[in-house]
Design a protein around this ligand. Structure first.
Ligand code: ASP
Ligand code: MG
Length: 403
């Protein structure tokens, strides 16, 4: 007998009809003699509505009340699921996080799950029941409700899988898996059957929004295999795992891209210790996220050029901060907007030489200019003009035989 944790996202429970459909999926697992536990997100749009209400009440809404408020959508969807399963003749009931409890650490709206007390759940499951548990929330040591970040129900499911020692954690969503690249950007995108945690983390943090990076991190730390599947169509999904079993010899697993990047170059800054820190100190204080950073080798040993990227939204503020910065001197500032980062990702590149060359050659053959390059062990990123993104993805998808 297998223990499975099933998680349903907002669109999967987005209407009464969808909830009835989801109950059929749950029933199918139950009929196959699995022990089944369910985590549900709020019906789609509900959490956003609650956020909106908080803003109408105050533009400085209490942080603890905010969590008490925005966590309520999950109670509704869980009760509806449990109610429908009961209607269909199954033993089922809902649990709100504090009833277990799900214990969290850290700030309101950004708490992390520390522990899930599973005693009641275990008993209930043993008696054949199907518990339906609210995702996205817990309680802190002051017995107040916390939430764990938008889209946090994935993380709840993974932590439940850990504490209940589940054999499988299935994330049901509105896409049928993880794709080699965004299908809206490239019509030859293909579903990935298996992907390593680290690759998924890169894909997720680089703009493929199938799963929240922190949940993938949690799964990796706890070695929990995740299946991503669609609740809309019955098709095999994508397995996210750390196990090397049955991986193909694919070198590159996926290609991702970002939008709205901007580039800043500071020409002729002094080449001495502490200068880079002086440039970035005010940005960090103002919570501006710096992504790619390149410093040229100084020609004359005195000054150098420093280039970095940020989100376009932060460009004005960054420009101001640099101009106000009395601790640096430079010759010229230049800015560039409407840029995108295109990245190829794959653990295969660790052991395969020549990937960088093939990437650059493929882009060159399409006359795509590369502005900035950065690499990690399993990823190579290039910054290009946003108008070239589609072309770049198509060229790379073909070059690395993902078509
Ligand atoms: N309902 C929450 C949100 O919209 C949590 C989730 O969907 O996972 O962010
Ligand atoms: Mg959601």
């Amino acid at each position: 007998m297998k223990t499975v944790v099933l998680k349903f996202g907002g669109t999967s429970v987005g209407s009464i009809d969808r909830i009835k459909k989801v109950c059929k999926i749950i029933a199918a697992y139950k009929k196959k003699k699995n022990r089944v536990l369910v985590i549900s997100s709020a019906m789609s749009g509900v959490t956003n509505e609650l956020v909106k209400k908080s803003k109408q009440i105050s533009n400085n809404f209490s942080r603890s009340e905010y969590d008490a408020l925005v966590s309520t959508g999950e109670q509704v969807s869980c009760a509806l699921i449990a109610g429908r399963l009961t209607h269909d003749g199954f033993k089922s009931r809902s649990w709100v996080s504090w009833q277990l409890p799900i214990i969290t650490d850290g700030p309101y709206s950004g708490a992390r799950i520390n522990k899930i007390v599973t005693k009641e759940l275990n008993n209930y499951v043993k008696q054949g029941g199907i518990p339906i548990i609210t995702g996205f929330q817990g309680i802190n040591n002051e017995n107040r409700i916390t939430t764990i970040g938008r889209s946090g129900s994935d993380a709840t499911a993974i932590m439940l899988a850990k504490f209940i020692k589940a054999d499988e954690c299935v994330i049901y969503t509105d896409v049928d898996g993880v794709y080699t690249t965004d299908p809206r950007q490239h019509n030859k995108a293909k579903k990935i059957k298996k992907i390593f945690y680290d690759e998924m983390l890169e894909m997720a943090s680089l703009g493929s929004k199938v799963m929240q990076p922190t949940s993938v991190q949690d799964a990796k730390l706890n070695n929990i295999d995740i299946k991503v599947k669609s609740s809309f169509v019955n098709k095999p999904g994508t397995l996210i795992t750390g196990s090397k079993k049955a991986f193909s010899d694919q070198i590159i697993t996926g290609i991702s891209s970002t939008k709205n990047d901007a580039k800043i170059t500071i020409v002729g800054v002094k080449d001495r210790p502490g200068v880079a820190a002086s440039v970035f100190r005010p940005l960090s204080r103002n919570l501006i996220n710096v992504d790619m950073v390149v410093q040229n080798i100084s020609q004359n040993g005195k000054d150098t050029d420093l280039t970095f990227t940020i989100k376009s939204d932060d460009l004005k503020k960054t420009e101001k901060l640099i101009k106000q910065n009395k601790s640096i001197s430079y010759k010229k500032l230049s800015f560039d907007k409407n840029l995108s980062k295109v990245s190829i990702i794959g653990v295969g590149m660790i052991t395969t030489p020549g990937i960088t060359y093939r990437m650059f050659q493929a882009l060159a053959s399409k006359k795509i200019n590369i502005l900035v390059i950065s690499t990690s062990e399993i990823k190579i990123s290039v910054l290009v003009s946003s108008k070239n993104v589609k072309k770049a993805i198509a060229a790379l998808h073909k070059e690395f035989k993902l078509d």
